[in-house]
Design a protein around this ligand. Structure first.
Ligand SMILES: C[S@@+](CC[C@H](N)C(=O)[O-])C[C@H]1O[C@@H](n2cnc3c(N)ncnc32)[C@H](O)[C@@H]1O
Length: 223
């Protein structure tokens, strides 16, 4: 079922706050996981839905955003894709760093609404694209960002070949990852790392070590 008014739902079920590693960027974020998850299932009259990923700034995404804000030349003047954008945090960071154009791709209706609200909150332009872009030809992205996408095998396996192809072409491809199970074992070059404060509602620890990786060769199929 389609949500009636996803933007109203996002506003009603979140608080505006800043992720710990990226205090310059404010987002509509959940204060607790379970009530929002239940509200989502009620709103869509469906059960067994995935968690509301868009309402959290994941550790891998925070690391990427921090890296872009601290190294704005990486995004400045570039056409940027924030793939699996969630809240849009990395795309917003790219826009603040001076990207020429930012697209943020998501498959979740609420994430698309959250990206619009969050971009406006930070006074930047981010074009939300509601489409599964995996496998798509590069329309001209210079920089592709993928924050915290290796948390489940099917998704990680689908993106490995696509990100490899994008990186072999004209794109720089950066992954932000806090040690998820399905991070490819080969094809990645470490750029930098951060300690990210997390919540035990989402993670099994209070702090995660999140690495920014550059795709530097063929990504292995994650197993
Ligand atoms: C763990 S969240 C990470 C969100 C954000 N990048 C961050 O770091 O905060 C993963 C996101 O991937 C999105 N996703 C999953 N499959 C996707 C696909 N094929 N295309 C675009 N987004 C996808 C989910 O909807 C979810 O919001």
């Amino acid at each position: 079922m389609q949500p009636d008014d996803p933007a109203a739902f996002v506003r009603a079920n979140t608080l505006v706050s800043a992720p710990p590693l990226v205090p310059e960027i404010r987002l509509h974020l959940a204060s607790e996981v379970v009530p929002l998850w239940q509200a989502t299932e009620q709103e869509l009259a469906e059960s067994g839905l995935p968690p509301p990923f868009w309402a959290f700034a994941w550790a891998g995404g925070q690391a990427l955003a921090r890296y872009l804000l601290d190294n704005p030349e990486v995004a400045r003047g570039k056409r940027v894709l924030d793939f699996a954008a969630g809240s849009g945090l990395q795309g917003i960071a790219a826009a603040k760093a001076g990207a020429a154009r930012v697209e943020a791709a998501e498959i979740d209706d609420f994430a698309i609404a959250a990206i619009g609200l969050n971009a406006a909150l930070n006074g930047v332009a981010v074009a939300a694209v509601q489409r599964d872009l995996i496998g798509a030809a590069n329309p001209g992205w210079d920089l592709v960002l993928a924050g915290d996408v290796c948390y489940e095998r099917p998704l990680a396996a689908r993106i490995a070949a696509w990100l490899t192809d994008l990186a072999a072409g004209s794109s720089e491809v950066l992954l932000g990852d806090p040690g998820r199970s399905y991070l490819p074992k080969t094809g990645l070059e470490r750029v930098t790392a951060y300690s990210v404060k997390t919540t035990r509602e989402l993670e099994d620890t209070d702090v995660r070590h999140a690495v920014v990786w550059r795709v530097a060769g063929p990504l292995s199929d994650p197993r």
